[in-house]
Every structure is written in structure tokens, then in C-alpha cells.
Design a binder for this molecule. Sequence first.
Ligand code: NAP
Length: 253
Amino acid sequence: MSDQVLVLGGTGEARRLAAALLADGVDVLSSLAGRVADPVLPEGPVRIGGFGGADGLAAWLAEHAPRAVVDATHPFAARITAHAAQAAAVHGTPLLRLQRPGWTAQPGDSWRRVDSLAAAAEAVTGYRSVFLTTGRQGIGAFAALPGRVLVRSVDPPDEPLPAGATLLLDRGPFSVADELALMGEHAVDVVVTKDSGGHLTEAKLTAARELGIPVVLVRRPPLPAGVETVATVEEALDWLRLRPPAAGGRPRR
Ligand code: NAP
């Protein structure tokens, strides 16, 4: 077993975890999928690209033998989370899921929760000006929407967009003032989002509340059974402190 901790990333939490581990002198390697053209990189060593499915990740774990894996990927990155659970079980690697809590409705919110992007598309069919903030993956579910659709994503979607779409390429964090201005400019009358949670992209929810606009939230995919899960970077650090490097493990690079 090596002293290394593998952090499966692509989120702000993963970056904060990597930075905190580096500061503690931990041998950390962050892994990114390589989906975004210009990713925000974590501090410290980074590998980029898929592992080749659950089998590929199991082979990677067998070769590199990290002392632990923290799956800090996005709440909607269900495939890599499932692969991590399978691969860690095969190889007997301690695995922690770090997943921030979903959003909670506040007084004044008008939220409707749905199970899928397809159900979200159905839920907003009668609206005149939809603000889609679900990211580029799966955006094709909304392709048949009539009316105006403001689509915001980090990179251009490669799936068909609705006929009345305006594409806005932008990356959070967004301020409430900016969200209010954007929604006003486009006369948005409904917002669609995944229940991603976290502070970086929650301004749209505050803006929707202030404007009295409804929000359709796509529920998260379920977590794999039997994987220990925490909600904060601090809890993940505590979990790792309980699993120190083995005495005589490989020296830190
Ligand atoms: P996904 O559907 O769960 O995973 C698809 C494939 O991408 C996986 O099978 C794996 O390829 C590769 N992959 C995903 N995350 C990886 C990582 N951290 N390191 C190495 N390979 C990874 O994932 P996704 O929804 O496409 O998300 C991709 C990345 O973007 C994730 O890192 C996630 O944290 C981040 N992200 C996703 C969302 C979202 O809404 N889904 C939002 C913000 C950020 P192999 O099978 O070849 O190993």
C-alpha cells in the first residue's frame, strides 16, 4: 500500500480537500474526467481522463495501491461514483463518498422536484421563457421545448438545443444581483436546475425567490449502498486522519 490518497474530483469540495491534504503534508493525487475544456485545477498533482470503467479503476487501484479513495465528484456524476464503489470493493481500498447536501426550500420558494431531465422538460412545457441551468449533459431532453429557452453551461452542449434557445457560456460562482439582472433581461418565468447543492450556484434560487418565479429541481441519483458518506471537507479530513499511512509505507513524493 502507498501513502497516497486518491481524490476523485471535479467539484469545489474536491479542490478544497486536495488543498487541505497538501497543507497537512499528505500525498494526494486529484483525478479529473477531462470533460471541461478549461478546468479549474486543484492544487497539487493531478491526473486527467477516465480510468476505463470500473475494471479500469480497479486495475489502477491494484497498480497504485492508494491508502484511501475519496469520491468527491459531483452529486450527479453517478457513473464514476458507482465505478468507485465497485472498484474499491474489488480491491479492498477504503472509500469515502464526500457529497455536499442538496438545497432546502426557504419560505417564499415555489419548487417542484422531479426525477429526471425528461420529467423537468415536461414540467416546464407551458412556460414562455425557461432558464435551463442543468449543464450541457442531457440537455437534449429539452430539445422539443417551445418558446424562449436560456441555456447556460460552461462548455457548448453537443446535444440539440430547443429552437428558441439562447446559449450563454459561463461558469459560476454567480451573484444574486447578476442572476436577477439576467432573469429580468430574458423575462425568465421558470428556472430548471439539478439539486446540485452548495453555495457556488445557489444565487439563481435566491433570485427566483425574489422574483416569485418557480423552480424545477431534478432529484439526485441514489448513492451506492454500503459506502460511507460525509457532507463536508472537514468530515472527510477527519475520516482520513483515522486511516493514517501504514508505518514503513512508501515515502512521500
Ligand atoms: P459520470 O457520468 O459519473 O462519469 C462518466 C465517466 O467519466 C466515468 O465513467 C469516468 O470514465 C469518467 N470520470 C468521471 N469523473 C471522473 C474523475 N473525477 N476522474 C476520472 N474519470 C472520471 O461523470 P460526469 O457527470 O460526466 O462528470 C464528469 C466530471 O465532471 C466529474 O469529475 C464530476 O465531478 C464533474 N462535474 C459533473 C457535473 C454533473 O452535473 N454531472 C457537474 C459539475 C462537475 P471511465 O469510466 O473511463 O473511468
